[in-house]
Ligand binder design. Sequence first.
Ligand SMILES: Cc1ncc(C[n+]2csc(CCOP(=O)(O)OP(=O)(O)O)c2C)c(N)n1
Ligand SMILES: [Mg+2]
Length: 540
Amino acid sequence: MKIGEYLIKAIQETGTRHVFGIQGDYVLGFYEQLCKSPLKVINTCTEQGAGFAADAYARIRGFGVVCVTYGVGGLSIANSTAQAFAERSPVLVISGSPGVSERRDNPLLHHRISSFQAQLNVFREMTIAQATLEDAPTAAAEIDRVINAIKETKRPGYIELPRDMVQTETQEPPPHSVERLSVDQTAIDEACREVLAMVTAARRPIVLAGVEVHRFGLQQLLLKFLERSGLPFVSGILGKSVVSEKHPQFVGIYEGAASPDDIREAVEGADCIIAVGPLITDLSTGIFTQHIDPQRVILLEPGGVTIKQCSYLGIGMKPFLESLTAALPEGLNVNPPKKNELTPFVPEANTRITIERLIGCVNTFLSDDMAIIADVGEALLSALDLSVHEANEFLASGYYASLGFAVPAALGVQLAAPERRPLIIAGDGSFQMSAMELSVAVRYGLSPIVIVLNNGGYGTFRSMMNGAFNDIQPWKYADIGKIIGAGEGYTVSKEEELPLALMAAEKNNSYPTIIDVRLDKYDSSARMKRLTENLKKRVR
Ligand SMILES: Cc1ncc(C[n+]2csc(CCOP(=O)(O)OP(=O)(O)O)c2C)c(N)n1
Ligand SMILES: [Mg+2]
């Protein structure tokens, strides 16, 4: 089999149906093979857009692929790949490169940085496994090695494909034998006993459902544990929607001192916290403002289980949760959480819309099939209070925090799950970073709804440090459809205009809809105020 064909076959075996990217002469031969294959190539406007789309696709389907040319393309996706690494998203990066035979005599080929290893060296820092397919006989085995590492760790991997190797024959490796990890059942049973003793003695236990539950496919298992135990649960900024937020045991999104008081009290007042696969970051803790006694914490992570700061290393989250669920006594004595019922949005006539009222309105409008993609800034923080209907329906760059994720991510979401309708919430600053990718939605018949939080610039920073560097050029966001070929647009300033625009957007399921929401320059949500209050202390 030719190396390029083997790579395509290996991608198909992951269940992936789409490859995002932009070609160039170093990758053109492989693109030709891709186009002849059942995989569908999605051309974005920028490589970073392709990287973000592949990341979102991977978050929905469990594997995503981005394919670019050397140097100019490769380095353009360093940022999106870094995000995938930091936030555990299983993305395969493929970059074309100069042919092996072209490298003799060390010529100055276009797109070259310094040495021919330069791009590989950059990606070593942000991928879990790398291969440069320069040796034909071992190329197939190298492809398998990288893809298996991505699947196992849920982190991106990197394959560099020299252009003169695409059509070269490789040797198919023998079928991969799945290594069975030995499970230390004695250690699991011992850890289970300890955890059960803590949980049954606790008066106010709570579960924190973290992002790695999603990445490692443990959602059904966690749900079973939650329902058998009856324990209330919260989630974090990255783990939002790991379990449906309509679940009666769901309390809300916890982020240290940036959380609303009731959610903060539910977590910090708990006498036993079972944290399942969280990433404990500055943003997930309101800049490390959590007041949690480690003696009350049971922490389940891919590397082991930690109980009151003592670790059982090497116990997988899956076998541990299975054993713990099986060992649970019937009906723990827990009180159901107090539910904050959503108040239906009734617009106040002639009243300027605020961010908090906008979230209230969107909450009423959300439906079971909507996937929310929030960009960084006020969009992300205020969207934490949206009540997401189904699991996996909230995506954001919640830790790495790269602006410009939301629009291209919506492409990945709708291609990965065509039954989902993407609802993008983006600040005007972040929207301007990747708005052109909406034209890709038009080209492929996708229909995201975009709510642009138009506050005249980088509102996040106005309370931290005011200055002209926070202002941006105002665009006519509602007119973008005229430039990109299709799309409806609405401008909203008053409360009563928003439900009308949202209803119109819902009906337009052929093209993008952009809703330009004119907010006050200094308007901000309670979560944003609390977070920036703490962040401010660190900026100078
Ligand atoms: C790629 C990137 N550049 C810069 C930043 C720093 N940053 C964080 S929030 C923000 C402002 C975003 O503006 P906007 O999208 O309008 O949201 P708002 O702050 O107004 O809510 C900036 C510049 C970042 N997170 N990512
Ligand atoms: Mg803004």
